[in-house]
Design a protein around this ligand. Sequence first.
Ligand code: ADP
Length: 484
Amino acid sequence: MSDFEYANAPESKAIAKISQSYDLFIGGKFTKPKKGKSFNTINPATEEVLAKIAYADELDIDIAVSHAKLAYTKVWSKLPARERGKYLYRIARILQERAREFAVVETLDNGKPIRESRDTDIPLAAAHFFYHAGWADKLEYAGLGNKPKSLGVVGQIIPWNFPLLMLAWKIAPALATGNTVVLKPAETTPLTALLFAEVCQQAGLPDGVVNIVTGDGITGAALVNHPDINKIAFTGSTEVGKSIARSISATKKSATLELGGKAANIVFEDAAVDEAVEGIVNGIFFNQGHVCCAGSRLLLQENIMDEVLEKLKKRMSLIRVGDPMDKNTDLGAINSLEQLRRIKDLASTGDSEGANRWSPECKLPTKGYWFAPTIFTGVSQSHRIAREEIFGPVLSVLTFRTPAEAIEKANNTMYGLSAGIWSDKGSKILWAAKQLKAGVIWSNTFNKFDPASPFGGYKESGWGREGGRHGLAGYLTSDAKVSK
Ligand code: ADP
C-alpha cells in the first residue's frame, strides 16, 4: 500500500519573504532588544535556519507593557466600540488576502503540512477575527452584564502547535473587548506572529495596541510577573500553566489557561466503522498529533476491536509522511528536536511496559525531525502512554465491554479537555456526553473548531474558555458572567 504513487506537488516558497532577522514589535514599530540578544528559528523539516529572532528580556517586556498601557489609556479604551470592530474586520480581510503567504511561512517554521496550514490554520485565524469583529460593538447584548468593561493590558503566551491560530484565539477577543496586548509566541515558531505585526501596521492599528515580544520561557515568566499586566492568557503545557497559576496567586491578575489533554475517542459497537476510522486518524494524526485536544486514547468496544484495528492499519498505511511543503503530504515534521525526544522517550515506555507497537512501513527523510504514525495495542490504564500526553502521532488503544466501562475509563485521567463519541444511536451519544468530564465533546466527528464555540478544559486541562460568548467573558470585568 505504501507504494501508492503520487507525483510531487510542492508549494512554492517564493511568496514567503522571510527576512534574515527580526526585531521586537513594540509601540507599533520594530525595535531592537535592549541587550541585543537573539536566537535562531529553524525549519524542522530540513534543520535550515530561517531567521534570527530578537530575544526579549525583562527590560524589553517592561517597555512593551508600558506601550500597551499607554495605548490602552490614551487610545484604545476611548475608541467607540464600532471603531475597534473596524480594525478587527480590516485585520481579518488582510489575513485572507495574505493567506497563502501566511500558510507557507507557517509550514516552513512549524513543519506542519501545507494542506493543513492552508485549509485549517489560516482560514480559522481569519474567522476568529471576523467573528470577534462582530462582537466589538455588541458586548452589551451578549449577556455579560450591563456595561461590561475591559481589563486593561493582557499578557498572552502561546505554544508552537498552531502559531497563528493560537495568536488569533488570543488577540481577537482581547481587542474586541477593548484590551491591549503583549503577546509572546513560542520560541520555535515566531515567524507568523512577526508577520502578523506587519498586518497590524498595514491595518493602521494604533501603536501599542498589539505588541509582539519574542523569547523563551524566561521571557514568558517576565510577562506573567509584570505588575502592570491585568490578565494572563496562556496556552501550553500543564506544568507551565501550574507555575503561572502559582505566580499570580497573590495578585489581582486574572487568567485563562488552556493546558494539556489525553482525550478518549470512544467507538461503540454500533458506530459506522469506516467513518470512525477516518475520525480516529484525524483525531491523532492531524498536525502530527501536536494537538492538546487530540484523540490520543482510542477506546474500542471489545467485539469490534479486530475489525477496527484492521481497517485502521490499512488506512494508516496510506498516510503520506514527508515534505510539509508538498500538497499531498498528510503528516509533516515534528516541530523540534526536543519534542521528538519527548515523543521517542514516552513511546519507548510503551515498549518497556509491555504494549505492542505498530507503524506502517514508511521511509522517513534523513534530515529534520520525523516520527512515523504509530499505534500501541494491549495498553492498560496504568501505562504511561495511557496517562501522559505524548503530543505526537502516537495512539494508545484500550478496550471496553460496556458503555459504563467506557465512561469510567475515559474519565480516568487528570485531564478533561476533549472527547469523541462514535455511535449510531443518538440516545447513547447524549447519555455518554453527559457523563464525560471534558470541555469539548465531538460526536461522530473529531477536531472540529469554530470561533463561536467555547473551547477549554476540566481538571488539569485548564481554566476558563476561549471562543464564543464564554471566551469574551474572560476578557471583561469579573461581574460579567455568561447568562444561560
Ligand atoms: P511545550 O511543552 O508544549 O513546549 P510550554 O508550556 O513549555 O509548552 O510552552 C508554551 C509557551 O509557554 C511558550 O511560548 C513558552 O516559551 C512559554 N513558557 C515556557 N515556560 C514558561 C514560564 N515559566 N512562564 C511563562 N511562559 C513560559
